[in-house]
Design a binder for this molecule. Structure first.
Ligand SMILES: [Zn+2]
Length: 106
């Protein structure tokens, strides 16, 4: 996965401006995040353009299977299920691009 970012209304890849390419799944992913964030800010009455980016996070499940997930830095946390043993995790992020992994107790 590529590290796209939308900041100040422009899409960048690894910090460099890029052209929008029709059908690029990574670009579509970050555009969707951008739209969702824009909508949420509007609903909260905040007049601000959001920054959206794709971030990949790797971790090893307790069963030993490695997982690679797309983390949405702007949403706090999401649940991620190991497809092998069905343990569930969530990844929490602060606003400084630091991530912590938690196992969800059943
Ligand atoms: Zn597992």
């Amino acid at each position: 996965m590529k590290n796209y970012e939308i900041r100040d209304g422009k899409m960048t890849l690894d910090g460099k401006p890029v052209q929008l390419k029709f059908g690029d799944l990574d670009q579509i992913k970050v555009l969707r995040k951008f739209e969702k964030l824009s909508r949420e800010l509007k609903e909260q009455g905040v007049d601000l353009e959001p920054t959206a980016k794709t971030i990949e996070f790797h971790f090893n499940c307790l069963c030993g299977v490695q997982r690679s997930v797309d983390v949405d830095a702007d949403f706090g946390y999401e649940k991620h299920k190991c497809l092998h043993c069905e343990r569930e995790y969530y990844i929490e992020s602060d606003n400084y691009d630091n991530y912590k992994l938690y196992l969800i107790e059943k």
